[in-house]
Design a protein around this ligand. Structure first.
Ligand code: ZN
Length: 684
């Protein structure tokens, strides 16, 4: 591993933060923390922390010795001075004389000694940083160090690799006890450059930011060199079927099996969003003949446990064309996983001093030979984090097996860490949004009603696939709402099928589909060409059928219900002159909606429509509005507000109707009007 230290960059950081009144110590602390945080082989998603001991002036102008230590919720790669809150050092040091300190007491004393009461909670490893005497301290969960330390003879290997440069601290859960033990080990070996915390990570320290950072890089490099002397990275391959099913085919099966029933009779599940990976390292690992041994030993570093659970679920290789058999086998595997997880809880809670609350038994990582790895989370972001940690686990175990046998911490230690309140606090306790954990696909999502609908669903917490035939529009909306853009001409059945495959591969499946794409064709019905009428039917009827078919196929595989939403139009109910080519397929689509409601109600799939009128959009542009207002001899404003409420109806209003129908758990076969009141278009 190469040092990225640059004298120029460090000076720039000191000057830049200096302009904002930040001292040199903290500026350099930010600079090297970012260097560490930018390297995923060192730290990932909050796994690691840094500190500097410095002095600051308090309100009264008195100089106070403080420890600036990484705060909870900050990512090292993008940290700012505010992410390294200052804690008064003297009160922290006095704690060392105590025999024990509860977690609550520790958090309280750390918080109550913050100079800024609004700062984030200092790291759970704050006391370890405080008790060591060095000015700059860096801590990472470097992959290479874990690979040499996560071994039955990890101590011996570390001694061989590091000699007297590093002292070894046996595994202890982070907190007060570990901080004291690390300080004692250091005092017995005062000349070391760092400490290896067995099966957890590594600390380096120095008098300057550069020294601590470069020692970290040097120590990690020594571990890398040791691994290079081991076997090559290829596992002996298991016997696999000639042709395996795709991730898009099996993800909805996994998504359905992982969903936790809350009120299944009302279609309410705690679903998971899924992230999929299949790089060459991942496939080498999941295709290994000994996967069920090396993947089931436990976590590579304890703080992964809250996001990955102690173990991943291992599924059989899915034979192409044999999805029913795979689904049956996967169901058994999920049931076994949940039962084993429950037994693990009971077994360890019985011997735990602190009685813990049982967490859900759904896996967060699935390993599928021939296919890859799937991460599960409450959001796409959480799913990606689980998948990232799974990839790190794969990297560490692959390397550990090159030089020996991977071994994790004891089961009770994983249990303790997974259920530790300070770890669970990292996941956040805020209430979930009403459509969180749901995957929504919106066609015609790049503009008008579709774009407004995509944004409205995202605002309710859903993961949104923005489907549009225009790549730039789809990308722009997706970027704005944090969704995923898919380019697709919905009148092409094959393109629709592959669009839904991409939704399944990206998020694991789909729960709500807003079939919105449409366009208006005109012509007097007795004279209009067959070509125009057929073209309108392609988009205003057939595309809805293609989309609904694909959605229902995935929803049935998931087995957790679903919701189809169609954008019909006033024309479907109340035809206007010369709008036959538009109204006829829309009327057919209204009946299509009802047919889906009838045929799939018993599968928990609801089907509803929004019947909107006079919405400013591509279908009704400014020019058309001006012409129609003129024809009626009214102002454009009066024309647009020509309804019972005398208010213009917007794309956002229509979007809210789609959201309302998605949330109406017992409503199906319904048409919701969104037109400000138009009795002629009312359904009866
Ligand atoms: Zn750590």
């Amino acid at each position: 591993m190469k040092s990225l230290w640059s004298d120029d960059d460090s000076k720039t950081a000191v000057a830049r933060y200096g302009d904002k009144g930040i001292g040199e110590d903290l500026a350099l602390r930010v600079y090297t923390t970012r260097l560490l945080g930018g390297e995923p082989r060192l730290v990932l998603h909050g796994g690691g922390n840094t500190s500097v001991k410095t002095a600051v002036k308090d309100l009264l102008g008195e100089i106070v010795d403080v420890l600036c230590v990484k705060g909870s919720g900050w990512d090292m790669g993008g940290i700012e001075p505010a992410g390294l809150p200052a804690v008064r050092l003297a009160p922290l040091l006095r704690l060392r004389s105590l025999v024990s300190l509860t977690d609550e007491e520790m958090v309280n004393v750390q918080r109550s000694n913050l100079l800024d009461s609004t700062a984030p909670n200092p790291s759970v490893e704050t006391l370890l940083h405080a008790f060591l005497p060095h000015k700059f301290i860096d801590h990472t969960h470097a992959n290479a160090v874990l690979a040499i330390s996560d071994q039955p003879d990890g101590d011996a290997i570390c001694r061989e690799v590091y000699g007297s440069r590093v002292a070894i601290v046996p595994y202890i859960m982070p907190g007060f006890a570990l901080a004291k033990a690390a300080a004692e080990v250091h005092e017995a070996h005062p000349d070391v450059e760092g400490l290896v915390l067995q099966k957890h990570g590594i600390f380096s320290f120095g008098a300057s930011a550069q020294e601590a950072y470069e020692r970290m890089i040097a120590l990690v490099t020594l571990a890398e060199v040791r691994l290079e002397r081991g076997n090559n990275r290829k596992f002996k391959v298991a016997a696999l079927p000639k042709s395996v099913a795709t991730a898009a085919e099996i993800a909805p099966i996994l998504r359905g099996l992982s969903a936790l029933p809350v009120k299944p009779e009302s279609g309410v599940y705690r679903r998971f969003v899924i992230a999929y990976r299949n790089g060459s390292d991942v496939l080498n690992y999941v295709n290994g003949a000994e996967l069920s041994r090396y993947s089931q030993q436990g976590v590579v570093t304890p703080d992964h446990a809250i996001r990955t659970k102690p173990k991943p679920i291992v599924l059989p290789a899915p034979v192409a064309g044999g999805l029913d058999r795979f689904a049956d086998a996967a169901r058994v595997a999920f049931d076994t996983y949940k039962a084993d997880y429950h037994a693990y809880f009971v077994r360890n809670n019985a011997i735990s001093d602190v009685k813990r609350k049982e967490l859900d038994g759904a896996p967060r990582v699935a390993l599928v030979p021939g296919v890859g790895v799937f991460g599960f989370g409450a959001s796409a972001k959480d799913a990606r984090i689980a998948a990232d940690l799974a990839e790190t686990t794969i990297e560490v175990i692959t390397n550990a097996e090159r030089i020996g046998r991977f071994e994790s911490i004891r089961e009770f230690d994983v249990f303790d860490m997974e259920h530790w309140s300070l770890e669970q606090a990292k996941l956040g306790k805020s209430a979930e949004k009403p459509l969180q954990r749901q995957v929504v696909a919106v066609t015609g999502g790049g503009s008008g009603i579709g774009a407004a609908t995509a944004a409205a669903f995202a605002a309710k917490g859903a993961e949104v696939a923005v489907i549009d035939r225009d790549p730039a529009l789809a990308e722009e909306v997706a970027r704005k709402i944090g969704g995923f853009a898919i380019v697709c001409d919905v009148t092409d059945r094959a393109q629709v099928a592959s669009a839904f495959e991409r939704v399944a591969e990206t998020y694991g499946g789909v729960d709500v589909v807003v079939s919105n794409a449409g366009a208006a064709w005109q012509g007097r019905i007795g004279e209009v060409t067959e070509a125009i009428l057929r073209e309108s039917f392609e988009l205003n009827f057939w595309a809805h059928q293609f989309v609904a078919q694909q959605a229902v196929r995935i929803m049935k595989v998931q087995g957790t219900g679903g919701c189809l939403l169609f954008n019909t139009s006033k024309q479907a109910v109340n035809p206007g002159p010369d709008f036959g080519p538009y109204g006829l397929p829309k009327a057919a689509t209204l009946f299509l909606m009802r047919q889906y409601a009838i045929d799939y109600g018993k599968s928990g799939i609801r089907s509803n429509a929004v019947n909107a009128d006079r919405i400013r959009s591509g279908l009704l542009n400014d020019e058309m509005i001006a012409a129609r207002a003129k024809a009626r001899g009214v102002s454009e404003r009066t024309y647009m507000a020509g309804n019972l409420l005398e208010r213009e109806v917007t794309a956002e209003d229509v979007a809210q109707c789609f959201v309302a129908l998605a949330l109406a758990e017992k409503t199906t076969g319904a048409v919701l009007t969104c037109d400000g009141g138009n009795v002629a278009a009312a359904l009866r």
